[in-house]
Ligand binder design. Structure first.
Ligand SMILES: NC(=O)c1ccc[n+]([C@@H]2O[C@H](COP(=O)([O-])OP(=O)(O)OC[C@H]3O[C@@H](n4cnc5c(N)ncnc54)[C@H](OP(=O)(O)O)[C@@H]3O)[C@@H](O)[C@H]2O)c1
Length: 252
């Protein structure tokens, strides 16, 4: 594939330094998608862009993106010329739950990074794709949004809101006969810098490359909502079915 055709199939990756996003970026590049890596750390993004360009011979550019500055998102989207045909939103902040309980500013940072900041930029993409009549949005939410737990209910509330937003957007496009796709990704534990200081069970912790493979399968197939790894669908089904009288006493 030539550089020109890869540019025509360009995907914007928000949260371009995320390990999940970078594994997905490599998988997309290996299928000849050009990429725009967007985020706050320009030096890291430039490094990753060069590496992907060298390995896969597709064009990779970088762009500055700050989720906590929604007023900049319209200009940010306009600055992407040509506009991408797909967007992956991997922006996220786990934060410190106990800090968030003590300090609402920290709670708000968790909510804005995972929810309002993502909605604000994806609205720009959704409007563009709606006019273009095609495009795709992949939103990386979390199983944490499926049921509120004592250990992370600010992050969980933001992810629940994000999953609901993605569901509504998908419903909007499908009900208007649009070809725009919206895919919700619900990872369980993934070994990245986000979870590096957390004791996650080895058997239930995926590598970013496994998560990326599951997402690529969804993009190439017809799935709207995926759990990754697959067993999280069944774990979360059981957790969601637990009666509240029992669930409220658990320490999951
Ligand atoms: N790891 C897991 O177990 C797990 C499980 C379920 C869901 N997820 C979700 O998967 C996605 C990727 O996470 P990850 O595990 O790969 O963690 P990560 O490496 O910490 O990635 C988070 C990304 O979000 C970016 N980000 C944070 N705040 C931002 C802001 N204000 N503006 C712009 N970008 C910002 C970070 O950029 P900087 O480099 O600038 O900080 C980074 O690129 C997240 O949405 C996360 O919630 C992860």
């Amino acid at each position: 594939m030539t550089a020109t055709s890869a540019e025509q199939r360009q995907v914007l990756i928000l949260g371009g330094t995320s390990e999940i996003a970078l594994a997905l970026a490599a998988a997309l590049a290996s299928r000849d998608f050009g990429l725009i890596l967007a985020g706050r750390d320009s030096a890291a993004l430039e490094r990753e862009a060069k590496d992907i360009e060298l390995r896969y011979e597709v064009p990779v550019t970088v762009a500055h993106f700050e989720a906590l500055d929604p007023d900049s998102h319209a200009d940010f989207w306009q600055s992407l010329q040509p506009a991408p045909q797909g967007v992956v939103c991997a922006t996220g902040l786990l934060g410190d739950h106990n800090d968030a309980r003590r300090d609402f500013d920290h709670a708000r940072r968790i909510l804005d990074t995972n929810l309002t900041g993502c909605i604000s930029v994806l609205d720009q993409a959704a409007r563009h794709f709606e006019q273009a009549g095609e495009g795709f949005i992949i939103g990386i939410s979390s199983v944490a949004g499926d049921r509120g737990r004592a250990s992370n209910y600010y992050y969980g509330a933001a992810k629940a809101g994000f999953s609901t937003y993605l569901s509504g957007l998908r419903n909007h496009f499908a009900s208007t006969g649009s070809r725009v796709r919206v895919i919700t990704v619900k990872p369980g534990f993934v070994a990245t810098r986000m979870t590096a200081n957390h004791d996650t069970p080895a058997l239930l912790t995926a590598h970013p490359e496994q998560t990326a493979r599951d997402i690529m399968r969804a993009l190439q197939g017809r799935r709207d909502v995926i759990y990754t790894r697959w067993y999280w669908r069944w774990i979360m089904l059981i957790i969601r079915l637990l009666p509240e009288t029992i669930f409220k006493r658990t320490k999951l």
